[in-house]
Ligand binder design. Structure first.
Ligand code: SF4
Length: 455
């Protein structure tokens, strides 16, 4: 069996499953956030009753992160709906924006967008926060009401996005009927060359198979090239499985995975036992291809979809109005450090926005010093507008007062993960996906730029 089949077999109590089987699986973790959480709660209450209790409060993780730092009152209210539900159900893992369990969240626009407006409990973007808070464990099943839930496949989990109806059903039962996906095998060999990042790997792969090339399929990444990647890199790659239509993305478990998971579960006091799945000798794949990472170059997904691949060096003719670094995919500490490596000592020539994925990233950047200056200060001095308000921000547009949102037609290069029309705001904008290196180099020139010129 493939890694995905092994997890689904175990979670459904079967010795074996194969692609196409329909199985009832037990949920280990259900994730939801401020956009889909209220709808999910509504389905749960409608179907199971106003006084119904969730199947297991400890297996539910609720992370407000999407439309947080906005004056839009309906968005603010969504966080209050989550808080009320958490109180009613005794759910321990709720990463609230405010401290008071009886309070109401209201964003104070008069303080501006840059200075921190959240309590210590706040965790930032759900997919990046989930592993940091000790909720990702090898061999387990994660369902989340968000398409990029597949990011946790980096940790050898079966992790996939679901809709509010399925999530409402899980709240009541802990179970979901899943069709076992066929598996596509991506064997990675070689090491990333200078100037090339995990983002380039996944943009290259999606360019190869198309933005629908993995529809309802598992994308399994293994081989020596995968083992050489660190956990952040694996998260970037697994995150974008959905950009090829994938049901999930999944990596092997190795000592890096175990070290990360052990550290985070210990720090957060979350469940620390787990059983990884390893590679079988006999696996059936619907697709099988080897990629040599050492041959890759800085890659772009051109407007209007993540599969519209080009090389950065071929795109210098494309002028830009804006650069953006952030999101679950591209807003991790390692992403910002790579970005800063290119930016340091220069000035950006276009509007450039930096949105850390989590409060930990803000702290890391404010505590890391290069030659006596913090990375945060280096970015600010270069002209990057850095906000402490870690969130999804303009990755998915959001209300019009969202930090970094494209409120008029423009060309934007971004370290985020999706570029269908309208994704970051104005539907006539053009969004170009790239690595943090490439976003940085392009912010310095005002056109798409191969970052190797700066390294
Ligand atoms: S950062 Fe973007 S892709 Fe990630 S969860 Fe938020 S909106 Fe979705």
């Amino acid at each position: 069996m493939t890694l995905t089949e092994k997890i689904l077999a175990r979670a459904s109590g079967k010795a074996e499953v194969k692609a196409g089987d329909n199985v009832w699986v037990n949920t280990d973790v259900l994730l939801t956030h401020d956009v889909c959480g209220p709808g999910t709660i509504g389905v749960f209450k409608r179907e199971f009753g106003q006084d119904a209790k969730v199947w297991d409060p400890k297996k539910i993780v609720i992370i407000p992160d999407h439309y947080i730092f906005t004056s839009d009152s309906k968005s603010n209210r969504n966080v209050d709906i989550l808080r009320d539900f958490v109180k009613e159900q005794g759910i321990p893992y709720f990463y609230d924006v405010i401290e008071d369990p009886n309070g109401h969240w209201v964003f104070d626009a008069s303080q501006g967008q840059l200075k921190r407006q959240y309590a210590a409990s706040y965790a930032g973007v759900c997919h990046t926060a989930l592993p940091l808070k000790g909720h990702t464990r090898p061999g387990e099943i994660l369902f989340g009401t968000d398409s990029h839930t597949c990011m946790a496949g980096a940790f050898n989990m079966f992790a996939t996005g679901i809709g509010n109806t399925d999530a409402g059903f899980i709240l009541g039962t802990g179970k979901l009927l899943v069709k076992v996906p066929e598996t596509m095998h991506f064997r990675l060999e070689g090491r990333l060359p200078k100037g090339v990042m995990a983002k380039d790997v996944i943009l290259h792969i999606i360019g190869d198979i198309g933005f629908d090339g993995a529809t309802y399929r598992a994308m399994q990444f293994d081989g020596p090239g995968a083992q050489a990647l660190d956990m952040d890199d694996r998260m970037t790659i697994a995150n974008m499985a959905i950009e090829a239509g994938g049901k999930n993305g999944i990596f092997e478990c190795d000592e890096k995975t175990i070290a990360f998971v052990n550290e985070k579960t210990r720090l957060n006091g979350t469940k620390s036992t787990f059983r990884p799945v390893d590679l079988d000798r006999d696996q059936t794949f619907i697709y099988d291809k080897t990629f040599d990472l050492s041959k890759l170059e800085p890659t772009i997904a051109l407007h209007p979809d993540p599969g519209n691949r080009a090389l950065a060096r071929e795109c210098a003719h494309i002028p830009l109005d804006r650069a953006y670094i952030g999101s679950c995919t591209g807003g991790k500490t390692s992403d910002f450090l790579a970005f800063a490596q290119i930016i340091k000592g220069h000035k950006v020539v276009i509007d450039t926005f930096g949105v850390p994925a989590t409060p930990d990233v803000v702290q890391d950047l404010q505590n890391t010093e290069w030659k006596g200056k913090t990375v945060w200060a280096i970015l600010e001095e270069a002209g990057v507008q850095m906000t402490e308000n870690a969130s999804c921000a303009a990755c998915l547009g959001g209300p019009t007062d969202t930090f970094g949102r494209l409120n008029r037609p423009m060309n934007c290069i971004t370290a985020t993960n999706r570029n269908f029309p309208g994704r970051m705001g104005h539907k006539e904008s053009k969004v170009f996906l790239a690595s943090p290196y490439t976003v940085a180099a392009s912010a310095l020139t005002g056109h798409i730029t191969d970052p190797r010129e700066y390294l």
